[in-house]
Design a protein around this ligand. Structure first.
Ligand code: HEM
Length: 412
């Protein structure tokens, strides 16, 4: 077991501002989270929102069904009117009851554990194909050449679009997602608007093609499941179907890519844990939950309170009508819940991490993410008995989706 490098925060809690972060935060945000948990667990940001970092507070707000996610006013101020606003106010991720449940119920069966398990053969095929490719390259960027390839291929299969379009939709999808970060340039917002229009135009022919079919299998892919729902009289518009596809792409590829690439990154610093996975000494399911806790690929979430929340922890109150930033990345390292939280301990038990969220918005795609990573990680480690760093790993400047932009490796 290894302890992560812990640099010191370059400021005290009172000066911490989510909207003006020091560069060391992107390298390693965990010392900042620890400082906030210990000295300012209900931290007011410069924009009037409140940042929660302790496990108990994060879980309480996440599970509170009176908390809202619909953000049309806030997003309108940030994005202006247009396609980007339309997208981020149309998907279940940013819809409250009853619309959230109306949309989620349609696709829930497709994403059930048993339905996703049927993709196992496909996942193994994709993993093997890409391992062959990187094996011949020898020296690779693991993010670009492997970790990015698998999730997007899976998402193409799940949505029901050609695998050859993976690179294209990945590029467009990221432009839709990026403007959700706390600080974004006007150029990135303009690109986001254009990307939503482009993505919808790309998807529409696939939707129309399904709608023309005489017979439709709701378990074939996401588009089919939603068209079948339309036919059976469920209220769901064509636009909502298109936005659902964009959400599934964006919810499912960057997070899983970041999980796979950071898993290898941290395992390289921990040869004992790497061997445990390579040899199957620890059940992969158990090891994976610890990697998800430790990495927490999606780090922050937002809720707006509709009533005053008295925090069970005794940390104080969150007033009604407050934007709350939930920091699950900090909650997953809370020493009040996890013993030695900075240690990667593959046999950790219990491990009630919140990497996939909590409450009604709990991750729809978690069976898929678990399937992909539990096949890919042991496969990489068994195929290459020796893996060395071929240069420094680089983290993206992204506060929500923490991930590597580069992980140069030599595979032997
Ligand atoms: C390691 C990979 C993943 C992580 C860490 C992750 C994390 C999360 C989290 C924390 C949420 C809760 C958001 C909130 O409460 O506001 C969420 C929701 C969601 N995730 Fe994932 N996710 C992953 C993979 C996937 C995959 C593979 C898919 C789709 C194929 C997916 C689709 C979604 C969707 C559609 C939602 C919204 C659910 C709702 O609003 O009801 N995710 N995810």
């Amino acid at each position: 077991m290894t302890t992560v490098r812990t640099n010191q925060p370059t400021m005290g809690a009172v000066d911490f501002d989510l909207f003006n972060l020091p560069s060391s935060y992107y390298e390693n945000p965990y010392p900042y989270f620890r400082m906030l948990r210990d000295t300012d667990p209900v931290h007011w940001n410069s924009d009037g929102s409140v940042l929660l970092t302790q496990y108990s507070d994060v879980r309480q707000v996440w599970r509170d069904i009176t908390g809202l996610v619909y953000k049309s006013e806030q997003f309108c101020r940030r994005f202006g009117e247009g396609p980007l606003l339309e997208h981020h106010t149309s998907t279940m991720l940013f819809r409250d009851l009853p619309d959230h449940d109306r949309l989620r119920i349609i696709v829930n069966p497709f994403f059930s554990q048993s339905s996703i398990q049927s993709l196992e053969g496909f996942v193994r095929e994709v993993v093997d194909r890409h391992l062959e490719i990187v094996g011949e390259m020898g020296e690779i960027d693991f993010v670009r050449d492997f970790a990015f390839r698998l999730p997007v291929a899976l998402i193409c299969r799940v949505i029901g679009i050609p695998l050859e379009d993976a690179d294209y939709i990945q590029g467009v999808g990221r432009k839709v997602l990026f403007p959700l970060n706390p600080v974004v340039s006007p150029e990135a917002i303009a690109e986001g608007h254009a990307a939503v229009t482009e993505f919808k135009n790309y998807l529409r022919p696939f939707l129309n093609q399904r709608q023309r079919r005489a017979e439709i299998d709701p378990m074939a892919d996401v588009i089919c499941s939603m068209v079948a729902a339309q036919r059976s009289g469920v209220e769901v518009s064509d636009e909502e179907i298109l936005h659902m596809c964009i959400l599934v792409l964006n919810g499912g590829h960057e997070t899983t890519t970041n999980l796979i690439s950071q898993s290898i990154h941290y395992l390289l610093d921990d040869p004992e844990a790497m061997t445990q996975i390579r040899n199957g000494a620890v059940p992969i399911g158990m090891a994976l939950e610890e990697l998800i806790r430790y990495i927490t690929p999606l780090q922050l979430q937002g809720r707006r309170t509709t009533r005053e929340i008295v925090l069970d922890s005794g940390n104080g109150i969150v007033p009604a009508d407050t934007e709350v930033v939930i920091c699950q990345a900090s909650a997953n390292r809370d020493e009040r819940v996890f013993e030695d939280p900075e240690k990667l301990n593959l046999t950790r038990k219990p491990n009630n991490h919140m990497g996939f969220g909590a409450g009604i918005h709990v991750c729809l795609g978690r069976p898929l993410a678990r399937l992909e990573a539990s096949i890919a990680l042991p496969a990489v480690l068994r195929r290459f008995q020796k893996i060395e760093r071929a240069g420094p790993a680089k983290f993206a400047q992204n506060t929500r989706f923490r991930g590597l932009t580069e992980l140069p490796l030599r595979l032997i």
